[in-house]
Design a protein around this ligand. Sequence first.
Ligand SMILES: [Zn+2]
Length: 171
Amino acid sequence: MGSTKGLIRAMNKKGSRKTKKPPVAVKLPPPPDPSCCERCGALYTKQAWRRAGERSHALLQKVAWTVCPACKQAERGEYFGRVVIRGKFAAEHEEEIRRRIRNIEERARFTQPLRRLVSADREGNVIEVLTTSQKLAHRIVHELKKLYKGKASYHWSPDDGCLYAVWERDE
Ligand SMILES: [Zn+2]
């Protein structure tokens, strides 16, 4: 796990996300129904967050404005999924891979507004992507492997319960 520590140190160097402890999911009381996220427009109603979309004036008159869990999580730099992309092929196709990842996120977000990227940083030949959900991390690696072959592996970190998903391809 030495490489993981190295990555975290590398990110801390930038100084923006010093408290990188991934949280154990905290159960917060649900927001009032309906609530609207003032950052991303997701709407909370009938016990679920729904993606941003057209909202009627009448509805907006009665929503409670709040910040949805994913926006709070992203703002604090918290994550539950960590994708590590490495190898020569990945480094040489970084732009394309980043575009793919953004597409995968957009599609995930369409149905599940709380699944999104927290950050994507490159350090040497390693790109590390943090996501607010384990499912999104899994999906990114799954789709990269489907698109470009290579090798995928997954494991859950015993320290923090994060899904650690790795995709690598050299040639
Ligand atoms: Zn939001």
